[in-house]
Design a protein around this ligand. Structure first.
Ligand code: URA
Length: 209
């Protein structure tokens, strides 16, 4: 079963409170989501491996430890996932970025891919799928299935807020995928919103309604 890692550093918790506030307007909302994403990237990168590298300092030659693996691919699910990309890139500037766009077919209610663009060597890299609101989990589950269908195996999911229902669904569908979230909220309401949540993440990021 995939692990759920709650990133509850006090700075993240504080900023998440401001993000939730309905009086927080788009500009501030975007900035806060960006800052929280950067702070969460610190936790996300904790498993990165290091290798010995020889470095010549102005004084002598020494062995330093430096990152060894290929950098990951960030995979925001359009459109709310975009809000967390730049914050992570501040910490991992050489990460690649792929994009997945999904819509829900009104008849079958299945997630349908309308956009898919990933680096050609994605199967050799770790992928970090970004979906700020893990509500039913349907989009994240579909996006991860699409990546696995293209031979990607090392996948983690980054969220801002998760509903217990979404975590359960994701763990059942993809037991190999760990979830990083800043909070686990109470429940999903009848309209599919996470409670207490923050409303519609995409609308609040981009000032739409
Ligand atoms: N998507 C959102 O943006 N907010 C929710 O509460 C649930 C899904």
């Amino acid at each position: 079963m995939g692990k759920v890692i709650v990133c509850d550093h006090p700075l993240i918790v504080h900023k998440l409170g401001l993000i939730r506030d309905e009086n927080t307007k788009s500009k501030m909302f975007r900035e806060l989501v960006d800052e929280v994403a950067a702070l969460m990237a610190f936790e996300l990168t904790r498993n990165f491996t290091l290798q010995k590298t020889t470095v010549k300092t102005p004084v002598t030659t020494t062995e330093c430890l430096m990152l060894s693996e290929k950098m990951p691919v960030l995979v925001p699910i359009l459109r709310a996932g975009l809000g967390m990309v730049d914050g992570i890139l501040k910490l991992i500037p050489t990460a690649k970025v792929g994009h997945i766009g999904l819509y829900r077919d009104p008849v079958t209610l299945q997630a349908v891919e309308y956009y898919y663009k990933m680096p050609s060597d994605s199967a050799e890299r770790e992928l970090i799928v970004i979906d700020p609101m893990l509500a039913t989990g349907a989009s994240a589950i579909a996006a991860i299935s699409m990546l696995k269908a293209r031979n990607c195996t090392r996948i983690r999911l980054l969220c801002l807020i998760s509903a217990p229902e979404g975590i359960k669904a994701l763990q059942e569908a993809h037991p190999d995928v760990d979830i990083y979230t800043a909070a686990i909220d109470e429940y999903l309401n009848d309209h599919g919103y996470i409670v207490p949540g923050l409303g519609d993440a995409g609308d609040r990021l981009f000032g739409t309604d």
